[in-house]
Design a protein around this ligand. Structure first.
Ligand code: GRF
Length: 222
């Protein structure tokens, strides 16, 4: 199968980007990271890309609804086209994707969120879940819609919240699952196995869940 070209957007350390690069290089997914774009000049994700000889481009974005923001949106679209990107992957990108990219890549932008959407949207999903006192949280890969953290859900992984967890320990547990489900969602996209129906996604020939009954957290005494 011809690999699809990915354009990955990052704002920070880029561990999800790394898991995607590793899956591509190991031949686990039919994709290549064609370009990495960041709104932060010093994002470690850009460095990770360069280490793999992948073009890594800083696009200053400025404040929302300013000429600089619109310019960045146009510039990012130009970069994606130049690198023949088929699928945009938001991987810890802390800004809103602009309207030009959103409309050119409608149904071809994925995002990963560190909570079980629609619970705990926003920028502090793990801390919000830990502080709320939920017993189960997790992560979600979904198609990006203009409104943050709302698009059709492709795959979720649930993890228990353990006694004594704080935002950091929960973040680490969730992150390990992020690194598994994001490459998987990309592969399903590359294989043409994802079909959006309203706000639901059908995954063609999806394997059964890894746990077929339930995660009960804490466990049962009875
Ligand atoms: C991840 O927790 C992701 O779910 C969220 O931002 C974080 C990015 O982490 N959207 P990294 O940069 O991939 O390490």
């Amino acid at each position: 199968m011809m690999p699809i070209n990915l354009g990955v957007f990052v704002s920070g350390r880029g561990t999800n980007l790394q898991s995607i690069i590793d899956a591509c290089e190991a031949g686990k997914i039919d994709a290549t990271v064609a370009v990495v774009i960041s709104d932060q000049a010093d994002a470690y994700g850009l460095e990770r890309a360069r280490k793999h000889n992948t073009p890594a481009i800083y696009t200053p974005v400025g404040k929302n609804n300013t000429p600089e923001y619109d310019e960045a949106d146009r510039k990012q679209l130009e970069i994606l086209r130049e690198h023949q990107v088929d699928l945009v992957c938001l991987a810890g990108y802390m800004r809103r994707v602009g309207p030009a990219v959103l409309s050119a890549y409608s149904e071809s932008i994925l995002n990963i969120h560190p909570a079980l959407l629609p619970s705990f949207p926003g920028t502090h999903g793990q801390e919000d879940a830990a502080n709320y006192g939920v017993r189960v949280s997790g992560c979600t890969v979904h198609f990006a819609w203009p409104k943050f953290d709302t698009g059709p859900i492709i795959i979720q992984a649930a993890v228990p919240v353990l006694p004594g967890d704080d935002g950091d320990s929960l973040t680490a547990r969730i992150l390990r699952q992020e690194h598994k489900i994001y490459p998987q969602a990309i592969q399903w996209f590359a294989q043409g196995r994802l079909q959006i129906e309203g706000r639901c996604v059908k995954v063609k020939d999806a394997p059964p869940p890894t746990i077929t009954e339930a995660i009960i957290s804490p466990g049962l005494d009875l």
